[in-house]
Design a protein around this ligand. Structure first.
Ligand SMILES: *[C@@H]1O[C@H](CO)[C@@H](O)[C@H](O)[C@H]1NC(C)=O
Ligand SMILES: *[C@@H]1O[C@H](CO)[C@@H](O)[C@H](O)[C@H]1NC(C)=O
Length: 352
C-alpha cells in the first residue's frame, strides 16, 4: 500500500457474533478549467465520484476565472455539497507544484485534470504534484481534437495526433515522469448545467424560426454527441480496472450512439414540432456557422468498454432533447436576436 493511502480497519463486536470490515479511504482531486468549453465535466465527475464507494473525499481545484453566477459553478454548493472547492489562477504560468501543494494542504490518491495544457504552469505543477503524492492514477481529459484523421472512422486510439497540441505536450510530460497515467479524448459534449450550448442550439435557432438548416454535403456524416454525465462516467471508469487503464493509456471518449447530421436536425424538428427544412450545401462554399466538422470525425468507446468494462451511456440525445428544448426556451432561445447572415454564404443556389 502506498504512503498516501489511509486504511482503517474497524472491528465491530456484537452479541454472539463478530464482523470485521476494512474501509479504505481514497481522496480524489479534480482540476477544473474556468468553464470555457465544457466546464461542466468536473462538476459531473464530482457528482459521479460522490456515489463511488472507492472515493471518500473529493476536492475540485477550480480555475478562479470561472463565473460563479453561471452553471455549473452556481450549483456547486447545492448539488455537490460535500465537495471541497479550492480556487486558483490556473492560467498563471508561474504556478509551481509547491504553490499547488500549499493551496491544497493535502495529497490525493486520484487526480483528474481537465484544466491543464502543455508542460508549463499548472499543467506541469499538477503532474509534479501527482508524482510527489505517489498518486495511484493521474487521469487527463484531453480532446479528440488532437487527432489528424486518416479517413478511418470511427477513429481508433492509434490515430496520428497533432504534435504541437498543448494536450499532447502534457501527455508526454506525464509519461516521461513515469506516472500511472491515463488520457481520455472526448468529442462533442452537451449536458444539463453546461455553459456551452451552441452545438444543438444551431439546429433549434433555425428550426423555430422556420429558417433553412444548412448542413454540409449530404448530411450522412456522423457525430458523437455525448451527455456530460456519460463523459463523466467514462472518466470515472478508470477506477473499474486501474491496471488496465494504465496499460492502454489512451481512450476515446464518447457515446456509442452515433447520429448523422441530418438525423440530429430531424430529431430537433420533431421536438420543436416543426418541419425540418434541411439545406445541404457544398463545403467548397465555406462552413458558415455549422458547429461541427464538415467531414466525418467520430470515435467509438469500444476500447473503454473492453478494457475498463465501461457500461455504456445512460443517456441518449433523442430523450435528452425534451429537456434540452425546455432549457432552450428558458434561455430565451425563441426570442433572442439571431444573426443568420453567415448562412447566406452557403444558401447560395449551388447546393449539392
Ligand atoms: C477539458 O475537456 C474538454 C472536453 O473534451 C476539452 O475540450 C478541454 O480541452 C479540456 N480542457 C483542458 C484545458 O484540457
Ligand atoms: C459513474 O461512473 C461509473 C463508472 O463508469 C458508472 O458505473 C456509474 O454508473 C456512473 N454513475 C452515474 C450516476 O452515472
Amino acid at each position: 500500500m502506498i504512503a498516501t493511502a489511509k486504511a482503517i480497519a474497524i472491528l465491530a463486536l456484537g452479541a454472539g457474533y463478530a464482523s470485521a470490515f476494512s474501509l479504505s479511504m481514497s481522496s480524489a482531486l479534480i482540476v477544473q478549467n474556468k468553464g470555457g468549453g465544457h466546464g461542466e465535466l468536473g462538476f459531473q465527475l464530482a457528482k459521479n465520484l460522490s456515489s463511488n464507494p472507492k472515493i471518500t473525499s473529493i476536492t475540485i481545484l477550480q480555475d478562479s476565472a470561472c463565473n460563479d453566477a453561471k452553471h455549473p459553478f452556481a450549483s456547486y454548493a447545492s448539488d455537490i455539497p460535500n465537495v471541497k472547492i479550492v480556487k486558483a489562477d490556473l492560467a498563471d504560468e508561474s504556478m509551481t507544484a509547491a504553490m499547488v501543494q500549499s493551496l491544497l494542504g493535502e495529497s490525493y490518491d486520484y487526480v483528474w485534470d481537465n484544466a491543464s495544457k502543455g508542460a508549463v504552469g499548472a499543467g506541469k505543477a499538477v503532474v509534479d504534484c501527482a508524482k510527489e503524492w505517489n498518486s495511484k492514477l493521474l487521469t487527463y481529459v484531453s480532446s479528440a481534437g488532437i487527432y489528424k484523421p486518416d479517413n478511418v472512422f470511427p477513429m481508433p486510439e492509434t490515430t496520428a495526433v497533432k504534435d504541437i497540441a498543448g494536450q499532447v505536450l502534457y501527455e508526454q510530460y506525464a509519461k516521461e515522469n513515469g506516472l500511472p497515467f491515463v488520457s481520455f479524448r472526448p468529442q462533442y459534449i452537451y449536458g444539463e448545467k453546461s455553459n456551452k450550448w451552441d452545438y444543438i442550439d444551431y439546429f433549434f435557432d433555425r428550426l423555430v424560426r422556420k429558417e433553412p438548416v444548412p448542413i454540409p454535403s449530404d448530411g450522412s456524416q456522423k457525430v458523437s454527441l455525448t451527455n456530460s454525465a456519460d463523459v463523466a462516467s467514462l472518466l470515472a471508469s478508470v477506477l473499474n480496472d486501474e491496471a488496465a487503464a494504465v496499460g492502454q493509456t489512451y481512450f476515446n471518449c464518447g457515446t456509442d450512439q452515433l447520429l448523422t447530421y441530418d438525423k440530429v436536425a430531424l430529431m430537433c424538428a420533431e421536438v420543436a414540432g416543426v418541419d425540418a427544412n434541411i439545406h445541404h450545401f457544398d463545403p467548397a462554399l465555406g462552413k458558415a456557422a455549422f458547429p461541427f466538422r464538415m467531414t466525418d470525425f467520430y470515435v467509438s468507446p469500444d476500447m473503454a468498454k473492453s478494457k475498463l468494462g465501461w457500461e455504456g451511456p445512460k443517456h441518449n440525445l433523442k430523450d435528452d432533447l425534451a429537456w434540452y428544448f425546455e432549457s432552450y426556451k428558458a434561455r430565451g432561445g425563441m426570442t433572442k436576436d439571431l444573426d443568420l447572415s453567415k448562412d447566406k454564404e452557403v444558401l447560395a443556389p449551388s447546393s449539392v
